[in-house]
Design a protein around this ligand. Structure first.
Ligand code: PMP
Length: 404
């Protein structure tokens, strides 16, 4: 990877924060945007902007082509069979809530089981918890190993013929692990359950193929993969999506509206009521082009190497405790510095121009499992370099001395 060229593509990185060149290590929360994405959105608004699927005029057709073209790009990027399996949403949170609210009640009855893990982000936790509470289903957890990983053996023991839904993150936003979702999907299917994969942290960093994973639903957040905020995706197998009822009603999603009854368009349109997130989809399409040009395999390799380097540097600092397995599979390091509150650590790091995250990372059940209330987290992306990690390590040493 040509790291100089890549960094130059992200104008925001070329600035000083608190008198130091910015080192951005918070991409798991939201990634930065390359020039190509910013330009694509600007071009859309300057030349093509109109509502989609309705106007017969030229701008209307251009906007529709841009929006539907983005759907095709997403389908290809994640290896879906066809673009009708791609529903545009606001992000992973909306996508997971859509599955829980629409698909959930069609299969879940009292006494059924929903299986998740304790490492899930609240977005992949609360919708299932609330569905279980509403329906009288049992929420079950695949127990985590001591290092915070999920094994197929543990999944085999937890998933039973009563299980109707298994939901899990492909990549954890705290533990930095890649979960064996392909093998767990096989266990789910053998027991007659569907597999829902939270792809918020995997899609930006790994080459994903939903057909190979054989998951039934898969979610994406555009803003974590170089795209704009406000756009995401629910992938669903066509037969499942077509059998699901819409949960939002209004323009564009209808087939025929009568006085007392109405019918709906097929998926994905039935889930995209109202004027959709057109410019967001255009930006996501441009982000996919950008990531594809760089190469997902290269991005994955670069981040894994960098994560190894970060683990080496951070574990050499006395008092730093790192959570998750020692060998990093993705570019994310969650840690604490002695008993200093992570907000204080992040504040000192910010004064050196180093941006990291501190808090519970929307994973309170996992924090309980780790027996901490919060942690610091440095998360990497394609634009980070060894120099960024050196700056992080140096600032941490400063923080340590400051609090000592
Ligand atoms: N799942 C995981 C694993 C995440 O990291 C996040 C974002 N932090 C989400 C779900 C929620 O994504 P969004 O806020 O884009 O809806």
């Amino acid at each position: 990877m040509n790291s100089q060229w890549i960094k130059e593509q992200f104008p925001i990185l070329n600035q000083e924060v608190n008198g130091h060149p910015l080192v951005y290590l918070d991409s798991a929360a939201s990634s930065q945007k390359p020039r190509a994405v910013i330009e694509a959105i600007k071009h859309y608004y300057e030349w093509d902007n109109a509502n989609v699927h309705r106007g017969v005029h030229t701008l209307g057709s251009r906007a529709t082509d841009a929006y539907e073209g983005a759907r095709e790009k997403v389908a290809k990027f994640i290896g879906a069979k066809r673009s009708e399996e791609i529903v545009f949403t606001r992000g992973t949170t909306t996508a997971l809530n859509l599955v829980a609210s629409s698909y959930g009640p069609t299969v879940i009855n009292e006494g059924d089981e929903i299986v998740i893990t304790q490492m899930e982000h609240h977005s992949n936790f609360i919708p299932w918890q609330q569905l279980a509470l509403r329906t009288g289903a049992t929420l079950k957890f695949i127990p985590l190993e001591q290092d915070g990983t999920v094994t197929i053996e543990a999944a085999e023991k937890t998933i039973t013929p009563k299980t109707k839904i298994v939901a899990m993150a492909y990549v954890s936003n705290v533990m930095g692990v890649i979960n064996p979702v392909k093998q767990i999907a096989e266990v789910a299917h053998r027991n007659g359950a569907v597999m829902v994969v939270d792809g918020a942290q995997s899609t930006p960093h790994l080459k994903v193929n939903v057909q190979d994973l054989d998951c039934d639903f898969y979610t994406i957040s555009g803003h974590k993969m170089c795209g704009p905020t406000g756009i995401g995706v629910l992938y669903g197998k066509k037969a499942l999506l077509s059998a699901m009822p819409p949960i939002e009603f209004g323009g564009e999603m209808i087939d025929d509206v009568g006085l007392y009854e109405s019918t709906w368009k097929d998926a994905p349109m039935r889930f995209e009521g109202g004027t959709p997130i057109i410019a967001g989809a255009v930006g996501l399409g441009a982000a996919i082009d950008f990531l594809t040009e760089v190469g997902m395999e290269q991005i994955e390799r670069h981040e894994k190497e960098l994560a190894g380097y970060a683990m080496d540097r951070l574990s050499q600092i006395d008092g730093v405790s790192i959570y998750g397995p020692a060998k990093r599979q993705v570019g994310l390091v969650t840690f604490n510095l002695g008993d200093v509150h992570p907000h204080d650590v992040a504040t000192v790091l910010d004064s050196y121009g180093v941006a990291i995250r501190a808090g519970h990372h929307c994973c309170q059940p996992l924090m309980r499992w780790l027996q901490v209330s919060s942690t610091a987290r440095a998360s990497l992306y394609l634009y980070n370099t060894e120099q960024d990690i050196d700056r992080l390590a140096d600032a941490l040493v400063q923080a340590k001395e400051y609090f000592a």
